[in-house]
Write a new protein. Structure first.
Length: 383
């Protein structure tokens, strides 16, 4: 059976799915791979290369840095502790971590606000990578092997001007909040957040190729990961070897498209958290994402509505050079996980806005085909 395309379902149209993958590759992504599930049937495919220098082909089973998809895992771990009575969603974070989040903020910001990005604590990334504020990629290379400590990142966020008042909507997306949640998990469980999530979320879901990396290298088959940084890095540079300590609780996981589909299927079926917790996770508010778009966000979950196709739950994620999208229809029957190995490909125009690029349209076509059997489906922007 070919490595780049497999199907166990006569009802899928493998040719259309493979054509959509090829379209993303032709538009400029070196390598793209995906798994689509429908009512227990599975299709996997890949197009392009994992290494532009050698021409090594990308494969559907490759591991990927999945970025902010990690947030769903962290949120599920927190909700497990809510179920056990060790964490109260609407309790001030200062009740648990008074020295980490002191003073008025500690009294006003609740656990829920950290989960749904309404804490008002700004994202720390621009301070961990200061050259980004001057449109320079220098910090990316300077931080490649740097070991950040969570408290260091949290202090960066707390020291910056607030992004808003605690509890105000729309929320403002913040990786810093998830670093705080990692410290909260450590406080109430007596073990590291990585260990707790591994044992109680990843292993409970039966995931075989998902985990927090022990160092800067990914174990197992994976692609190189090419970062263009809006044209500042030309040609795009491989950042597949990278210490993810700068955002571990919010974006540090490595996984596969197969594992991601399995995880979201289990989560939405009440197998990772109970139905009451899942209902809390699916209570959404508008949140301003890091790219400036507005998304419907719950507790570690995105809500994506596609007209004529349904409501989907999941998350997207990026790391330097890697992009991943995983969505599952509300009934759990249709799933899609897609991985690409090039990020921030669009150069800005004279006003500083990202120019439209054929890659965006090709990805929309792929998402529409994968989720709705319709490459023309109106998949909202921001996905």
């Amino acid at each position: 059976m070919p490595a780049d395309s497999t199907s166990t379902s006569p009802d899928f149209d493998p040719a259309e799915l493979k054509s959509a993958l090829d379209g993303v590759h032709r538009a400029g992504i070196p390598g793209v791979y995906a798994e689509v599930r429908d009512a227990g049937r599975t299709w996997r495919g890949a197009s392009g290369v994992a290494d532009v220098s050698t021409g090594r082909p990308v494969r559907p089973d490759m591991r990927q840095r999945v970025g902010s998809i990690t947030k769903t895992f962290t949120a599920a771990a927190v909700m497990q502790q809510v179920e056990q009575g060790r964490i109260r969603l609407d309790a001030p974070i200062g009740d648990y971590l008074p020295q980490l989040v002191p003073g008025e903020r500690g009294r006003k910001i609740t656990v829920r606000m950290l989960l749904n990005h309404t804490s008002g604590i700004p994202d720390h990334i621009r301070y961990a990578f200061p050259s980004l504020q001057n449109m320079s990629p220098a910090s990316l290379d300077a931080n490649r092997f740097r070991q950040f400590h969570p408290e260091e990142l949290i202090e960066m966020g707390l020291a910056a001007p607030p992004a808003g008042e605690p509890g105000a909507t729309p929320g403002v997306y913040s990786n810093t909040g998830y670093e705080i949640l990692g410290r909260l998990l450590e406080k109430v469980t007596g073990t590291s957040a990585e260990e707790y999530i591994t044992r109680n979320v990843i292993e409970r879901a039966g995931l075989r190729h998902t985990g927090f990396p022990a160092g800067p290298r990914i174990q197992g088959p994976h692609s190189r990961m090419y970062e263009a940084l809006w044209g500042l890095i030309d040609p795009p540079r491989d950042y597949s070897v990278y210490n993810m300590s700068w955002v571990m609780m919010g974006a540090g996981l490595v996984s596969t498209t197969e594992d991601l589909n399995r995880f979201y299927a289990k989560l939405l079926d009440g197998k990772i958290v109970n139905r009451s917790s899942l209902a809390q996770m699916q209570r959404t508010i508008p949140v301003i994402a890091l790219d400036g778009s507005t998304i419907e966000y719950g507790l570690g979950l995105h809500k994506v509505g596609i007209e004529g196709c349904g409501t989907f739950w999941g998350h997207d994620g990026t790391a330097w050079g890697a992009g991943t999208m995983s969505l599952t229809r509300a009934d759990g029957e249709r799933q899609m996980s897609v991985a690409i190995n090039l990020m921030r490909w669009s150069r800005p125009d004279s006003s500083g806005k990202a120019r439209h690029h054929p890659i965006e349209e090709a990805l929309r076509t792929l998402y529409g085909q994968a989720l709705c059997d319709d490459g023309n489906a109106q998949v909202p922007s921001g996905t």
